[in-house]
Design a protein around this ligand. Structure first.
Ligand code: IVH
Length: 703
């Protein structure tokens, strides 16, 4: 049993939260009260991880304070919780001298090296007793120093070379869990808090996913992401990055400080001032307990929501720390005991393309098996073709693989110096590796997809579930579980097989009574009479939802016409843009899909077809957007009447002028809309021109 005492589990005293307040308070007093209240909630939320009010209530407090400060700008203070972002971009960072150097740590790479560290400590202290060690995760981010004067954050700096860092105050102010004002009132008049700024794993993954979608820079790991985010000259950019701060020591401190005499005691004080410390932190006695802590944390490592690369052990007693002193740039009283690396180098032997449930083709790197953080890795994701281009990776390359937590191993970079002369480019296959249907790559989309939605076994279950769903063919009783059962039992491969199921097959399934089986057969029969819109939706064409399916059915009237339509013809359908048109066209271009449609019709699926109905699309001015302003004096039309006339011609009438406006109808006394239209080069029609336009299409103000 490890001797671990849970130092930091103490309950906060909730009674200090302010409740009611006098209604006659001055704006200054109100601002002060709101700030205190918000700071208390911040403390509970970020430091104690025990929020006491719902987010909406917190937002309400923030908004009230913002409004108050807007009305009384003289009340705004630098440490107001509303003032995190706001500073202008810098041209460069200023230098900061660290009064007390920011040290680094010696490393231990295995149990022997760690035992040797412990032995050295005991020898130097001439002690045979167990030594109390504070154990903390070694966070994988960037060391940062925060300077507080009279409780207010006055400066934040990077470690730099340990002596000289950079002033990144503007950026650190945007990190939400860094208090702009310390909590409580028993903090020293001046204190420097040191710790790590890092990007939690979830935030990192989400950031990279979005960056990949938008073709922006992707970070190789959370550490680079944290460093890159802090190095922004514009604090507004940093503010959008999900960063956190966690304290692990103090630096400069004023004489009025009353500090604990242990490292863990000081961290508890830091926590009481509203700064996050690591909740995994424990104090253990002796080498064996320390080794156990290391192993336990190693097991827990991947389930933590931030990356760590080891455990930092520090002699807890500050008196003993002083006796031990420093060598060069590292203390003798601390060590970083590292976990196995999460990044390794290996050879990319080839790339396979995996087809997902929705038909997306994902390139997967086949690797020379390599040991990464305790696991043998032989595959890694390459995400999509854009990522392959970004990495500039080829088959035969030596690549760096990263495995973090439960996330699939990733290829993070290429060691280009090691590229062999015969390295091969990676190409997207033109046909699906699973069903041989065409692969579509729509311009503007990162992902390539198999178009064999109805036949591809990788997409089979999803396709059938969609086909049977309520807004599609609405096959009652045919739920997801039953579809799984039917596919797994090999009874159906594709949607048309549904209509050849027999009573015997169905009632042979587990937990299926004959009566239920008959009900399903009846439901299948009933579903055969459907509508073209439902059928189109049921096909599961990408981005063709209920509305688009309806529009397609109304516009074309006949399935065959849709199947044969060109992309240009498809774009004429309301709601269908270039990308959706390409999806529809590619779907029907795939012969396999046409075969399934024919089989479905042969099985009895039917609907009424009719000549297309007129849609707004067919009106003379369809697709045009207009704005009406001013008074139409000679025709005496109200703006609503003028609007109705334009709408009869298919014009969309909106309230404000933008670059998308085709023309502005300007009556007398037209004001800012006219100016805006002129500045945007939008056509302007005076009343006469407007009436002429109506007349041209057979309309007159009298109706
Ligand atoms: S203590 C004198 N504690 O590791 C002690 N450092 O290799 C100085 N780090 O620059 C640091 N987690 O950026 C300490 N719990 C922790 C840490 C930690 C991460 C980083 C820190 C430092 C580097 C030293």
């Amino acid at each position: 049993m490890t001797e671990q005492n849970d130092l930091f589990a103490e309950e906060p005293d909730g009674s200090s939260l302010p409740s009611g307040h006098a209604t006659d308070e001055t704006p200054a007093a109100q601002a002060e009260r709101l700030r205190n209240e918000i700071n208390q909630h911040n403390y509970r939320y970020y430091t104690l991880d025990e929020p006491s009010i719902p987010d909406a209530e917190y937002d309400r407090l923030m908004r009230t304070l913002q409004n108050l400060e807007q009305q009384h700008p003289e009340l705004i203070s630098a440490d107001s919780p509303t003032q995190r972002v706001g500073a202008q971009p810098l041209t460069e960072f200023e230098e900061v001298q660290h009064d007390i150097p920011m040290l680094s740590l010696d490393n231990a790479m295995n149990a022997d090296e760690f035992a040797a560290f412990y032995q050295r400590v005991q020898d130097r202290l001439k002690s045979h007793d167990d030594i109390a060690l504070a154990c903390e995760p070694k966070l994988d981010g960037l060391a940062v120093s925060l300077l507080y004067e009279e409780g207010a954050l006055v400066r934040a700096a990077t470690r730099g070379d340990g002596q000289t860092g950079e002033n990144i105050t503007q950026n650190v102010r945007t990190i939400k869990n860094v208090p702009l004002k310390l909590y409580g009132d028993n903090y020293p008049s001046r204190i420097e808090i040191r710790g790590e700024v890092y990007m939690p794993k979830a935030g990192f993954e989400a950031y990279n996913d979005k960056a990949r979608e938008n073709d922006e820079k992707v970070f190789a790991n959370p550490r680079n992401a944290a460093a890159g985010s802090l190095r922004q000259l514009d604090p507004k950019i940093t503010a959008r990055r999900p960063l956190e701060f966690c304290a692990y020591s103090i630096g400069v401190v004023s004489d009025d400080a009353q500090l604990a005499d242990t490292h863990s005691g000081i961290l508890q004080q830091v926590k009481n001032w509203g700064i996050k410390i690591n909740p995994e932190m424990r104090v253990v006695q002796g080498l064996e307990a320390a080794q156990t802590f290391f192993e336990t944390l190693g097991e827990k490592r991947h389930s933590l929501d931030y990356e760590i690369d080891g455990t930092v052990f520090k002699v807890d007693d500050l008196g003993l720390q002083q006796t031990l002193g420093f060598v060069a740039r590292a203390p003798r009283w601390a060590i970083a005991y590292k976990f196995p690396a999460v990044e390794e180098m290996t050879l990319l032997q080839g790339v396979d393309f995996q087809v997902g449930r929705t038909g997306a083709l994902t390139p997967v790197a086949r690797l020379n098996p390599v040991h990464v953080a305790g696991v043998t890795v032989s595959n890694a994701t390459l995400h999509n073709m854009d990522e392959i281009a970004r990495l500039d990776v080829k088959v035969g390359d030596t690549v760096i693989i990263r495995r973090a937590g439960d996330v699939i191993p990733q290829v993070v970079s290429v060691v280009t110096e090691k590229r062999p002369a015969d390295a091969q480019d990676i190409r997207m296959p033109s046909h699906c590796p699973v069903c041989d249907s065409l692969v579509e790559k729509v311009e503007g989309e990162a992902v390539a997809r198999c178009t064999g939605g109805l036949v591809c076994s990788a997409q089979r279950k999803e396709a059938i579930k969609h086909f049977a769903s309520r807004k599609a063919l609405d096959i009652e009783g045919l739920g997801d579980k039953l579809i799984d059962q039917l596919v797994d039992a090999g009874l159906i491969d594709s949607v048309d097989d549904l209509f050849h199921l027999t009573l015997e097959q169905l009632s042979g399934l587990e937990r299926m009574a004959e009566k239920s089986a008959q009900n399903i057969l009846d439901a299948l029969n009933k579903a055969k009479n459907t509508t073209l819109a439902r059928f189109l939706y049921a096909l599961g064409i990408r981005e063709v939802g209920v509305v688009t399916a309806n529009n397609l059915a109304t516009h074309f009237g006949f399935l065959q016409r849709i199947m044969d339509a060109s992309e240009e013809a498809l774009i004429e359908v309301p709601d269908v843009g270039a990308i959706v048109a390409a999806h529809i066209h590619n779907f029907f271009a795939e012969q396999h899909n046409r075969v399934v449609i024919a089989q479905l019709q042969k099985a009895g699926i039917n609907w009424a077809e009719s000549e297309p109905q007129t849609t707004a699309q067919d009106l003379p001015l369809s697709g045009q957007t207009a704005v009406i302003t001013g008074t139409l004096t000679s025709s005496n039309l109200s703006r609503d009447e003028a609007k109705a006339l334009l709408q009869q011609l298919g014009v969309k009438v909106t309230g404000s002028v933008s670059a998308k406006t085709d023309f502005l109808v300007a009556g007398e006394k037209a004001g800012s809309k006219l100016t805006k239209a002129q500045s945007l080069d939008v056509d302007v029609l005076d009343e006469q021109a407007f009436l002429a336009l109506l007349a041209e299409h057979g309309l007159s103000p009298q109706g």
